[in-house]
Structure formats: structure tokens, C-alpha cells
Design a protein around this ligand. Sequence first.
Ligand SMILES: Nc1ncnc2c1ncn2[C@@H]1O[C@H](COP(=O)(O)OP(=O)(O)OP(=O)(O)O)[C@@H](O)[C@H]1O
Length: 285
Amino acid sequence: MIKLRNVSFGYKRNRPLYKNLNLTLSPGSIYGLLGPNGAGKSTLLRLLSGLLYPQAGKLQVGEYVPGDRQPAFLEDIFLVPEEFYLPPVRIRQFIGSNAPFYPRFDHTQMMRYIQEFGLTDDQKLNELSYGQKKKVLIGFGLATNTAVLLLDEPTNGLDIPSKSQFRRLVASAADEHRTVVISTHQVRDLETLIDPIVVLSDQVIALNASVEEITARLWFGMVSELDNSRPILYSERAVGGYALVAENPMGEPSRLDLERLFNAVQAEPARIQKLFSATSILANP
Ligand SMILES: Nc1ncnc2c1ncn2[C@@H]1O[C@H](COP(=O)(O)OP(=O)(O)OP(=O)(O)O)[C@@H](O)[C@H]1O
């Protein structure tokens, strides 16, 4: 269980990025972390990894305080950052020198990923493209089998077939003991993978809800004309009419549209908070 209680952080003392941030993330889920540019998604992943320290509040990952950087904590968490450096060595050597830090590292799993990504372990990391390096690091992260896996914008730089491969590999590497957090802007790439959805915006968690909770409270769909038959949170001109995100008092089924959900959260944060407050209390005891 990952718990943030009243966490405050800012790179500059007088410019807080978050104030009193509260969030609970449970094992067994692949969380999608969304938020506008500069909201602090990467920063949150760095705080969870113990690379940064909260200025106030309490942050706990399982039984550990990340900032203490205890060895038992570090061997059970892996972060694939958006920007990274890999040394100029062969993939095989990279695995040989880094896998020993992760007691549950599975070499067979890693070799399978390398093969699936069309690579061989004798290739040199410095001779790979950005997307290929990223695949090596994502594969390594999955093969560590750490309890917490944090992926920052993992599909950036992946080609189209690799994105579906990525979804398949992450889905098969997730289990009930693992907490996976994926920060992304590429919502279309990950729509079918991430659940629950966490939106970080304006220094707070604007939404933390499962896809089931979201579609129970919100209706996503198309209408030919805008009228007052539904309480609209967000509308957008689309071919043949308007794409809507509306309140869903009758519990009508619809299919989540992450991009429009994100826009609705930005447009109507107070209404979203009110609509989801009952579940947020349950989700964040
Ligand atoms: N090392 C740093 N020193 C000072 N400010 C920083 C540093 N890293 C990030 N910031 C600032 O903190 C804010 C949050 O950055 P962060 O990278 O966490 O946002 P993000 O939500 O991941 O953004 P994006 O969606 O653009 O990747 C930004 O305003 C950024 O300029």
C-alpha cells in the first residue's frame, strides 16, 4: 500500500507544487497518473522512489519511508524515468551488473522481453535507438518483479506495434501483489490498460477512481444537439454533433473516454470532486 498524507513539496520554498496531497494506492492495480504539463507527475514518482523528500506530511510505501532509502525498500521498487542514461555496454552486461540488486529478478522473463522486442542480448546499449533503449529498460523493470513499478511516460518513443506489445507485457506482468503506476499523456495508448485513474492537477489529486466508478457517475457519448437533458460537464464539437461528458444520475452504461474525462476534470474540478467525494472517502480511508 502506498500512502501519502498531507504531503507538501516544491522545488522552491515559496512555490509549492503540492500542498497537503492525500493519496492511497493499493496493490493489484495498474494506476494511470494523468495531469497537465508541470503538474508534478514525474516529481510524484521521484518522491515515491525516495529520490526526493517531502517537505511536510507523511509518505509511506509498504512499511518503508522512501526517503530513508533502506536496501530492502530499494530492491522492491523500480522506476523507469522519462529521460534516462544507459551505459555503453552490451544488454547482457547491463543485466549482469544490475539484476543482482533485485532479488526477484527473472532472467528468463527478461530474455523473453528482449526477444519479443526484436533485440539480442549482445547488442550494445549505445548503438540502440531511444525507443529500443526504452524497451530494454521497460523489460528490465518488468523482470525485476518489484512490488512497486513506476513508469514515467513509457509509451513515448515506442512505435505503433510496440505500444500494443507494451500493454500486453505490462498486463501479464501485473499481479495482485504489485502496484504499477504509469504516468502518461498518451491516454489513447493506455486506455485499455490503466485502471484506476488518478488525476493530479492544481496542487491536488483531482480524481482517484476506478473505471467502474467513473462510468457509474459519468456518461460519455455523442449527441447531435446540445440540450438540457443531461447535466453536461464537458462538450466538444465532433463529426456529426457533440462529444459529451455528463453526469450520469440514471447510471446509463457508456465507454470511458480518457481524453474527455481529463478535459472534464480540468473544466469542472469542483463538480468532479463533489460527484466523486463519496468514493474518494472510501478509496482514501
Ligand atoms: N529539478 C528541478 N528543479 C526545479 N524545478 C523543477 C525540477 N524538476 C521539475 N521542476 C518543476 O516542477 C514542476 C513539475 O515538474 P514535473 O516534471 O514533475 O511535472 P510533470 O507533471 O511530470 O510534467 P510533464 O507532463 O510536462 O512531464 C514543473 O514546473 C518543473 O518546471
